[in-house]
Each structure stands twice: as C-alpha cells, then as structure tokens.
Design a protein around this ligand. Structure first.
Ligand SMILES: [Zn+2]
Length: 239
C-alpha cells in the first residue's frame, strides 16, 4: 500500500513542478509591470523636484530683479550727480559710490541670466516629464491587460494540474496524506519527497541510519529526513 502512496506522491511532486513553471511565467509578467511602476514613481519624484526648483528660481529672480532695480536707480542717480558735482571732494565720493555699485549691478545681472538658463533647462525637463505622464497610465493599463491575459491562460493550465493532484491526494491513505502535507507545506516546489541516495537524504545529504534506510526501501515506514524534513521515499517508487 505504501509503495503505491509513494508513487502517487512523486507524481504530485512532478505536477507541482509543472505548476511552478506556470507560476513563474505569471511572476515574470508581473515583474515587467513592477519595473514600469517603479520607474513611474521615480519620475514622479523627479517631476516634483523640478517643479520645486522652478518655483524657487522664479521666486529668487523676482527678488533679484527688485534688487537690480534699486541698485540701478542708485547708480543712475550717482552718475547724474557726478555731472553736476562742484568740488573734487564730491567727485571723488560719487566716483567711489559708482565704482562700488557697478560691480554689484553686474553681479546681479549675471546671476539673473544664470537663473534664467537654469529655469529654461528645468522647464524643458518638466515638459518631457509631462509628455511621459500623459501616456504612462495608458501604457500601464496595456501591460496590465497583457498580464491578465497571460495569467488567465496560465491559471487554466494550473487548474488542470491541480485537478489531477487532488485526485492523487485523495487516493493517499490518511496517514500518508497528513505526513506528506507537512513536507509539501515546507518544500512544495523543491522536492518535498526524496529518495535516499547512497546513505543520505537525496537533497540535503543528511546521513540516514541503515535500519531506517532499509525500512524506507521496503516501503514500511513514513519517515522524514531529520536534516530537512522531506519525506523519504524508496528508490523503486520512481519506477
Ligand atoms: Zn534531507
């Protein structure tokens, strides 16, 4: 009786392997979407940073324009007064003022120009981002649709395997089923049942005592490998 159970278990195991392949196909499809949505999240943060930097630049420039206006007014006034100066003392004071103001005006002008260039670049990037965001949701919906179709197809295949597995599991004796479920719960897609190879577990190589080995080979016992908790099955169950 046990040998028959072991054979059924190995069949369940190979059907589970098939199911795993289909699950992997679905998972790979979902990964495509994860890449796209991660990219979307990253670009949303970039867009936010661009908007922030644009508003900062524009605020900074309007402040600079005000400063420039004031300084230019002072500079023009100084120049005007210079033309009307009546003493060398006045001339030298006004010239000093002009030579102080001029570089400050130049400095602000060049800072404004620099900011305008940065603003232009940021605006270009923001326009690109807007183009990207205008289409990305549609792209995501398309990918999701493709994934759904693939998943649907794969699930149909998986259901067929599951039906067969259910029948095989129903045929197991209750003891075997309970024991096997424990191993399957842990190792479903990675050999929950394994034959003994040489003198050790076929997967983790844990050494199995000779007496247990011969009991397993004669299909007399339901034994777990003490090393990995897989169910030990006789070699002839594979035939
Ligand atoms: Zn083991």
């Amino acid at each position: 009786m046990l040998l028959e159970d072991f054979k059924n278990i190995l069949e369940v195991q190979s059907l589970d392997k098939q199911i795993q392949k289909h699950l992997c196909i679905i998972e790979d499809e979902q990964k495509r979407l994860q890449v796209v949505t991660a990219n979307k999240d990253r670009r949303a943060k970039e867009k936010e940073a661009l908007e922030e930097s644009l508003s900062k630049l524009s605020h900074e420039n309007s402040q600079l324009e005000k400063d420039l206006f004031t300084l230019e007014k002072e500079l023009n006034k100084a120049k005007e007064h210079l033309g009307m100066a009546t003493s060398t003392q006045q001339v030298s004071a006004l010239e000093k003022e002009i030579s102080n103001l001029s570089p400050r005006v130049e400095e602000i002008e060049s800072k404004i120009l620099e900011n305008l260039e940065r603003e232009e670049k940021a605006q270009e990037e923001l326009n690109k981002a807007k183009t990207y965001f205008s289409a990305i949701d549609e792209t995501i919906a398309e990918i999701q649709n493709e994934i759904d179709q693939v998943a649907n197809q794969e699930q149909k295949e998986i259901s067929k395997y599951n039906e067969r597995i259910t029948l095989l599991l129903e045929n197991l004796s209750q003891d075997t089923r309970e024991i096997y479920f424990k191993a399957r719960e842990k190792h479903r897609f990675n050999h929950p049942a394994t034959p003994i190879m040489g003198s050790g577990c076929g997967v983790c190589k844990y050494q199995i005592p000779a007496i247990t080995r011969s009991q397993v080979e004669r299909s007399e016992v339901l034994e777990f490998c003490p090393g990995c908790s897989r169910l030990l099955v006789p070699l002839n169950a594979k035939l």
